[in-house]
Every structure is written in structure tokens, then in C-alpha cells.
Ligand binder design. Structure first.
Ligand code: HEM
Length: 412
């Protein structure tokens, strides 16, 4: 179908990425199905393209005509005024690999990737098990607890602190759920108060990481900060890039993993047959995690900007225009998966787009998946009678990019 077909021109989905509606937050999948059917390349009234089918999303994530950073800051200045990009939160984002393209992106990504080898991540399993086990011990001391707050949230922050080499006494500084900076990645502009708070969090993080770099220079360890100090010495990365990409670990790796665990548990407990199948054969765990990630992705969309004028599925995209690639919708496209709307942990060789694609494919994908495996394994072993309240769960409000539960009360 062409983006300019009469159907598409008349189509007005109940979805505005700049104004997240509570009904959309609760269940975005009806709107995605309508978008795929009626307007797979939909130009929103704000001029942002919304891509919802697997074929176009997959193409634009990977194709070199598209990037993440080429026009991002230029577009933002046009939309929100020229001073905006000098605000600490956006000046910091400019140094992060996720906002870079081409050679510059590759240089920074290669430096940080030194901390993400397959071996290094597998070696973190015993640490993750011990963190989860302590969390379960603490939860069991309560009569009722919150799966999100007591079990899902603390694991990724402990893992990132461990990965980066933050001394253990400082870990509580990094465990506040709202302070991780992912709100700045939402399309809706920050309110003045949010901007103030984000700037303050960035300034605090900068001071802390500056201190941590000095510590690791004196006392190097087997951690990402020490690896980046060595990469600086090799001329691969600047000091400002080191600091902002350490911060990127929290922006990209905390809320995403928390919500992967939460959304996945919700899907499993809402499908008791699948839960039983998994518990009776834990060899299914890696495929089950992939299905959890596909079925209800913690990251619903990721942006691209066209580097030059280009036509995609009948849509004429101009250089500099932004496309929101709705990976969560692409994951439910029946052209890519049979029975795509159903949750089925027996799927094999399934490659959801929840971790993006192309040069920006999530650097922490393996880490996030291993954390989710360990969280589930520990919960099944230690809390076999867990009863989460799966009816009417509370979703995080005001977000269209990230999707996750605010709380999931449970008894053991
Ligand atoms: C398990 C849950 C996770 C999900 C669903 C997720 C999802 C994503 C997505 C959609 C992107 C953008 C990709 C694109 O635009 O093509 C991304 C990028 C990234 N993620 Fe993740 N992520 C997860 C966990 C993590 C973890 C645990 C870390 C690190 C501690 C991490 C670090 C990054 C980094 C550094 C990037 C930027 C890569 C680049 O631009 O080259 N992520 N992630």
C-alpha cells in the first residue's frame, strides 16, 4: 500500500507520540495493528513519519541512507529553539554513541564494546545469581512485595555498577528509578522542571564519573571504566566521551532491562500453559526470553533520520525528516511471524527488532537477555508459588518509547 493512498490520507490513528494517551500506554497494540493495515508509513501532523510494518522498519534500521544523529540536534533546535542543544542533558547526549553516526560512531562503539565480550558477560552470571538470591531473601521477609521494585529494578542497576567498576558503597546513588535519563529519549519535549532535573542529574553524574576515572586510574580493575581509560590512552575516545558513555549504560541498560523482566513475567503469568511448559523444561529459557522480548518489547520504537531524499513503500521522505520505527509493531507483523499476536515460547530462530538493528544494534542485548534469564530462573526456583496481580497492572505513565510496569504487587 502506498503511503499516499486515499486510505492513508483519511487515516487518523489514536496515537500521538508527543502526547502519550493513557489508553495507548495501557495497550498500544490495537493502534499498531491499524497503522500496519491502513498507513504503514504514516506522516503524523507533526511531520514525523511513523513506520509500523516489519519490512520497512527492518530496512530503515539497517540501511545507510538513514542514521540516528545526522539531523537530530538540528531538528531539535528548529523545534525547541537554538539554545536547547547546549543544555547539559543534550550536550551530554551528543557524546553518546547512540547519537553518533558513521566513523565517529564506530570509533566510540568499538572502545565501549571492549567491555561487552560474550565471555565477559557469561562470566557475570554467578554475580547476577547472588544479587537475585539476596533480593528474594529480602522479599520473602515481607508478607507482600512488589516484583518491579523489590526484584526487577535492583538487578540491572547492580549489574551496571559492577560492569563499570563503581565501588559497592556508592551503588545506592544509582538505584533511583526516575533518575536514569531515559525520559530525555521520549519525543515529547521536557517540561522546564524535567529539564532542570535532568540537567542536575547529568551534572551530578559528570562529577561522579570524573571522580571514578581518577580512582580507576590509581586502582585499575577488570571493569569498563578501566578499559575506557586504556582506550583514551590509545587515542580511541575522548574524556568527555568516556564520561557520557558511562552514563549511557544507565540510560540504555537500566529501565530497558527492568521492563524486559516485568513485561516478560506479566506475559508468562497471563499465559499459564506457557508458564507450565517453561517451568517443566528450563532448556526452553533462552527462546522464552526471546519471545518475551518480541511479544511486549520494553523499547517500543527507535528513531532514524533520512540522510537524503528517499522513497520507502510509496512514502516520499525528505532529507532530515525523522522516522519513528515502531519495533514493537514490527514484532507483531504477521508477514514476519505466524500468529504474531500470540505469545508462544516454542518459536525458534525468531529475531525480534526490540534491540534495533544495523550499526546501532543494542550493545547490551546479550547482557539484558542473560539478566532476564537469571531473574526468571531465580524466581522460579525460589518463589515457585509466586502470585503476581496480573489483572489491571499499573503501566509507567507518559511514555511511548519505553513500555513497562510501574508496579506488580505479588505474594509468594
Ligand atoms: C534487555 C533490554 C534492552 C533492550 C530492549 C534494549 C534496546 C535497545 C534499542 C532499541 C536500542 C537502539 C537500537 C537502534 O536504534 O537500532 C539500544 C541501543 C543501545 N543499548 Fe540497549 N537495550 C537493552 C539493554 C541494554 C543494556 C543492558 C545495555 C548496557 C548496559 C544497553 C546498552 C545500549 C547501548 C550502548 C546502545 C547504543 C548502541 C549504538 O548506538 O551503537 N542496552 N538498546
Amino acid at each position: 500500500m502506498s503511503a499516499l493512498s486515499p486510505d492513508t490520507a483519511a487515516f487518523a490513528p489514536a496515537f500521538d507520540p508527543l502526547v502519550p494517551h493513557p489508553l495507548h500506554v495501557r495497550n498500544p497494540y490495537h493502534v499498531y495493528a491499524q497503522l500496519r493495515e491502513h498507513a504503514p508509513m504514516y506522516r503524523s501532523p507533526h511531520g514525523v513519519w511513523i513506520a509500523s510494518r516489519h519490512s520497512e522498519v527492518s530496512f530503515m534500521l539497517k540501511d545507510a541512507h538513514f542514521g540516528r544523529g545526522y539531523f537530530y540536534f538540528e531538528n531539535m533546535s528548529k523545534r525547541l529553539g537554538p539554545g536547547i542543544v547546549d543544555q547539559p542533558v543534550y550536550a551530554s547526549a551528543r557524546n553518546m554513541m547512540v547519537m553518533k553516526d558513521g566513523e565517529d560512531h564506530l570509533r566510540v562503539r568499538n572502545a565501549v564494546a571492549r567491555g561487552f565480550s560474550h565471555k565477559r558477560i557469561e562470566a557475570m552470571r554467578p554475580f547476577m545469581r547472588s544479587v537475585m538470591s539476596d533480593l528474594v531473601d529480602a522479599a520473602l521477609k515481607k508478607t507482600a512485595f512488589d516484583v518491579m521494585l523489590d526484584l526487577a529494578f535492583p538487578l540491572p542497576s547492580a549489574v551496571i555498577c559492577h560492569l563499570i567498576g563503581i565501588p559497592e558503597q556508592d551503588w545506592p546513588k544509582f538505584s533511583r528509578r526516575s533518575a536514569n535519563g531515559s525520559r530525555a529519549l521520549e519525543p515529547a519535549p521536557l517540561s522546564p522542571l524535567e529539564l532542570f532535573e535532568q540537567n542536575r542529574a547529568v551534572n551530578e553524574a559528570h562529577a561522579y564519573f570524573q571522580w571514578l576515572i581518577e580512582l580507576r586510574r590509581r586502582e585499575p580493575g577488570d571493569d569498563l571504566t578501566s578499559l575506557l581509560i586504556a582506550a583514551e590512552a590509545d587515542g580511541l575516545i575522548t574524556r568527555a566521551e568516556t564520561i557520557d558513555n558511562l552514563r549511557m549504560m544507565f540510560v540504555g541498560g537500566q529501565e530497558t532491562t527492568v521492563n524486559t523482566i516485568g513485561n516478560g513475567l506479566l506475559a508468562l503469568y497471563r499465559h499459564p500453559d506457557q508458564l507450565r511448559a517453561l517451568k517443566s523444561d528450563m532448556a526452553l529459557l533462552p527462546d522464552a526470553v526471546t519471545e518475551m522480548v518480541r511479544y511486549d518489547s520494553a523499547v517500543q520504537m527507535t528513531p532514524r533520520q533520512a540522510r537524503e531524499d528517499i522513497e520507502v513503500a510509496g512514502a516520499s521522505i525528505k532529507a532530515g525528516e525523522t522516522i519513528l520505527c515502531i519495533v514493537a509493531s514490527a514484532n507483531r507483523d504477521s508477514a514476519a511471524w505466524p500468529e504474531a499476536e500470540s505469545f508462544d515460547i516454542s518459536r525458534r530462530n525468531s529475531y525480534p527488532l526490540s534491540f534495533g538493528g544495523g550499526p546501532h544494534y543494542c550493545l547490551g542485548a546479550q547482557l539484558g537477555q542473560v539478566e532476564t534469564e537469571v531473574a526468571l530462573q531465580t524466581i522460579f526456583e525460589r518463589l515457585p508459588d509466586l502470585k503476581p496481580e496480573i489483572d489491571n497492572p499499573r503501566w509507567l505513565p507518559g511514555t511511548v518509547v519505553f513500555r513497562g510496569l510501574q508496579s506488580l504487587p505479588a505474594t509468594a
